[in-house]
Design a protein around this ligand. Structure first.
Ligand code: PMM
Length: 288
């Protein structure tokens, strides 16, 4: 198993090498998976600390919902949502990432103590983002993305999804490198659910080894996504509510970790933290 050590983040090789766990705090009124619950700053801070207690290595703080069909939030509002939460968590020693597509938000977040920029657009939504990330030197999640949430489902057209996502990610890597981002900063993410139908997500999960050939650590965000709610649909086709999909998320985590993912992004940390430990012990068993 390849282990990675990224600036400011826990190393995978301390103890038995394991996949890291990123816990999600959506400071939004309308997120798909946990909308509204942590919208208030104090509640979001408490939730972040709770996720760390439950075993999160990183806490991902976002102020803009990327739920399918979502409209964009104003810049000032996004800053108002995330900055106090990031500042408070970082002051407590939490490794915080900021989930944003905007360079200005990322810059303020890093100044407030964020140690990772998680950009679901991989630098496509805001052309100023890669240069800003390059200047800070923090690790940078470049996710596969084809357009904003309002019409991303129309862009879910692939002939060979793994090959196409891999090629599009490779192009993003070239482009952010050209903007001055250092190779060692880059983390790649297949962007499950973003311009992907269920079958695309499953092919990408099964094809993680081919994405790993790009030579960078992989982040996987399967938690509570629509493809899980549909997999677990009732006999009449009604999707399972997203917050009843955590056991399926844990199964996906174990398999992604076993396939070599660097980190999983999840809403319920404790069972996923257990799953990555199972995967690590399994891997260690294979290597003995
Ligand atoms: N998914 C969501 C938000 N941010 N970031 C990364 N890197 N990867 C993802 O898959 C991802 C993300 C949407 O999830 P949520 O709104 O349910 O938290």
């Amino acid at each position: 198993m390849t282990t990675w050590s990224l600036r400011g983040l826990p190393s995978q090789s301390q103890g038995p090498a394991r996949c890291l766990v990123m816990g999600v705090v959506n400071v939004t009124p309308d997120s798909f998976s946990d909308g509204g619950r942590w919208f208030d700053s104090a509640a979001a801070i408490r939730r972040g600390l709770e996720l760390v207690e439950q075993g999160a290595d990183i806490v991902d703080v976002g102020g803009e919902s990327t739920r399918p069909g979502a409209a964009r939030v104003e810049l000032d509002e996004e800053i108002r949502r995330v900055e106090p939460v990031i500042r408070a968590l970082a002051a407590e020693g939490v490794k915080v990432s900021v989930d944003t597509m905007r360079a200005e938000v990322a810059e303020i977040a890093v100044a407030a103590g964020a140690v990772l920029v998680n950009d679901v657009s991989g630098g496509l939504a805001d052309p100023a983002m890669p240069r800003m990330v390059a200047a800070t030197g923090v690790p940078y999640v470049v996710m596969h993305w084809r357009g904003h949430s309002h019409d991303m489902d129309n862009r879910a057209v692939y002939t060979d999804v793994v090959t196409e996502v891999r090629e599009e990610l490779a192009k993003r890597v070239d482009s952010v490198l050209a903007e001055g981002v250092h190779e060692d900063q880059i983390v790649l993410d297949p962007g499950l659910g973003f311009a992907k139908r269920a079958e695309h997500n499953w092919s990408l999960l099964a094809g993680l080894d081919r994405l790993a050939e790009l030579g960078r650590p992989l982040l996987v965000g399967a938690s509570r996504k629509r493809f899980l709610t549909r997999l677990l649909a009732a006999p009449d086709g009604t999707p399972r509510p997203f917050d009843e999909c955590d056991a399926a998320t844990v199964a996906a985590t174990a398999l992604a970790a076993r396939a070599g993912a660097w980190c999983v992004r999840v809403h319920e940390v404790r069972p996923n933290a257990d799953a990555v430990r199972v995967a690590a012990a399994w891997q260690a068993g294979a290597e003995r």
